[in-house]
Design a protein around this ligand. Structure first.
Ligand code: NAD
Length: 317
């Protein structure tokens, strides 16, 4: 197969359900790309979304949006994969694993056999396991197979903290790390608001019950997907913004620090597991992970999260 030169202005989205279509809509508005290909097992769905999203172009910037096949996406700078079943009410992300690994076994080899040279951004859940699956099935280097990881959970954490403290959530620096799911960890010990340690800032704003607040906020973040799914069957706006943010960091080679999911080698005793740690993200995907400082308890929780993911990955692959 002839190798195509990558087009930094081109993106592909595989899976045009709630998450894929909303992400495509966000990417159209972002101005980052001039060409976008949509793929779905349901061809009519991809065609319909391409038409509908294209009709917004006169309010954004010129670009070409169309439904296509795998031969159309090989020069895309980024392929976003959102194909797969979503969580049903009461179902955990890990419950989804068998179903979606099966779907990946039909998608990833199509990409691998065309010797894809761009960035594969995995969004389907359970995202850490599926990023690991995509890496194994594609044989692509670890830095170019990344998961949206806890970028969304971290946005939820910043939003909740911003509301709690009456401050712009962009001034809040805090991360959710580990699994995108039930064993995720709020890294409180490194959290700060514009350089001011979180507890000091809380006290400036009249909050003194630190343990209770942290427990409540972390639980809200952890449970928000379940709550949204119970109310409206799917979550898609927050993740679409997260996809747009990650794509922006890649195509603009921003070297932004984002908690994407990637292979961990040795950090805090975690070995050969895909999970989220803050990482420098640019044109080559993950440039390197950043070992933010964690206290003993957070380190213990991270190793536990890694163990859960490792066992799951071993069962499915
Ligand atoms: N990572 C995150 O933070 C995050 C957030 C929300 C949802 N998700 C996940 O995103 C995924 C999609 O969710 P959704 O709500 O859009 O689901 P959905 O059911 O609306 O859409 C899934 C789409 O994938 C398509 N599809 C299935 N098999 C395919 C294949 N082999 N090739 C191409 N397309 C295929 C389906 O036709 C469907 O259009 C789920 O796994 C969900 O859990 C992840």
């Amino acid at each position: 197969m002839k190798q195509l030169e990558l087009n930094n202005r081109k993106v592909a989205v595989i899976g045009c359900g709630f998450v894929g279509a909303t992400s495509a809509f966000g990417l159209m508005q972002s101005g980052l790309f001039s060409e976008m290909v949509l793929i779905d097992a349901n061809t009519e769905k991809a065609e319909g979304e391409a038409m509908d999203i294209s009709h917004g172009i006169p309010f954004a910037r010129p670009m070409k949006i169309y439904a296509g096949g795998y031969d159309d996406i090989m020069d895309a700078a980024i392929i976003v994969v959102t194909a797969g079943a979503n969580q049903k009410p009461g179902e955990t992300r890990l419950d989804l694993v068998q179903k979606n690994v099966g779907i990946f076994k039909s998608i990833i080899p199509e990409i691998a056999k065309r010797d894809y040279q761009g960035i594969l951004l995995i969004v389907s859940n359970p995202v850490d396991i599926l990023t690991y699956t995509a890496h194994k099935l594609s044989g692509m280097p670890e830095n170019r197979v990344i998961g949206s990881g806890t970028v969304l959970d971290t946005a939820r954490l910043k939003y909740e903290l911003g509301e709690h403290l009456g401050v712009d959530s962009r001034s809040v620096h805090a991360f959710i790390i580990g699994e995108h799911g039930d064993s995720e960890i709020a890294a409180w010990s490194s959290a700060n608001v514009s350089g001011i340690p979180l507890n000091t800032f809380c006290e400036m704003r009249g909050h003194f019950n630190h343990d209770d607040s942290m427990e409540r906020i972390a639980a809200n973040v952890r449970n928000s997907a379940y709550e949204i799914i119970a109310k409206k069957n799917a979550t898609y706006y927050g993740i679409a913004m997260s996809v747009k943010r990650i794509c922006e960091a890649i195509v603009r080679d921003e070297k932004s620090i984002l908690p994407v999911s990637g292979m961990i080698h040795g950090m805090y005793g975690v070995e050969d597991v895909v999970l989220s740690m803050p990482a420098i993200v640019g044109k080559n995907g993950i440039e390197r992970q950043v070992p933010i400082s964690l206290d003993e308890d957070e380190q213990k929780q991270l190793r536990k999260s890694a163990q859960i993911l490792k066992e799951m990955a071993e069962q499915v692959l």
